[in-house]
Design a protein around this ligand. Structure first.
Ligand code: COA
Length: 164
């Protein structure tokens, strides 16, 4: 069964929440340390502006990954050209090209909606995600030391950016 990349709908809230549950349980890939509930995810999706997107990877009706594009700021017009990304794929589906397919779709959306650059925060120890974003053209442009603490373990947050 092929994996399709499509725009998230409100019906995907539970599936996206389940991906968050898996990522949060792994503890090492995100600063997010509590999964968004289906209700929270539904509120997030319904609150997206016309210039924001969430694309999902759908495998036979199961959400196996997603990528969100949010405005850098919801109130400053000075950074209207800047978007912020997040990408999450279930463990058993990683390394199969889903992240790259999500990014190709999101980048098309971003260009069509007047974004000029994209920014992402990645945990300092998350070398796989840093390699993923570098493969898309991102480069490291800053680092927040000991920005994350989960179960007594500290980690940096690396800031990466891409000029579209
Ligand atoms: C990071 C993540 C989103 C990448 O998605 P993915 O579907 O696994 O990535 P892809 O298979 O599309 O890989 C695209 C490219 O990224 C790079 N890449 C991906 N995983 C990598 C890894 N583990 N090590 C090194 N490079 C990697 C490669 O260049 C790869 O291209 P190639 O397959 O031609 O070598 C995914 O691994 C994930 O969800 N990880 C856990 C959550 C996370 O860390 N999210 C990022 C938080 S900001």
């Amino acid at each position: 069964m092929a994996i399709s990349i499509r725009r998230a709908t409100l019906e995907d809230a539970a599936g996206i929440s389940a991906v968050w549950e898996a990522i949060v349980a792994e503890k090492v890939y995100s600063a997010v340390d509590r999964a968004f509930t289906p209700d929270e995810e539904r509120a997030y999706l319904s609150g997206l502006s016309p210039r924001e997107s969430c694309y999902v990877a759908d495998h036979a009706g199961r959400i196996v990954g997603f990528q969100s594009l949010d405005r850098w700021s919801s109130f400053m017009t000075s950074s209207l050209h800047v978007g912020q990304l997040g990408t999450f794929v279930l463990k058993e589906y990683r390394g199969t090209g889903i992240g790259a397919r999500l990014a190709a779709t999101t980048f098309d959306f971003a260009r069509a909606h007047a974004y000029e650059k994209l920014v992402v925060f990645v945990r300092g120890s998350n070398s796989a995600a840093q390699a993923f974003y570098k493969s898309l053209g991102f480069f490291e442009c800053g680092r927040l030391a000991r920005q994350v603490e989960i179960d007594g373990v500290y980690d940096d947050e690396v800031l990466m950016e891409l000029v579209l």
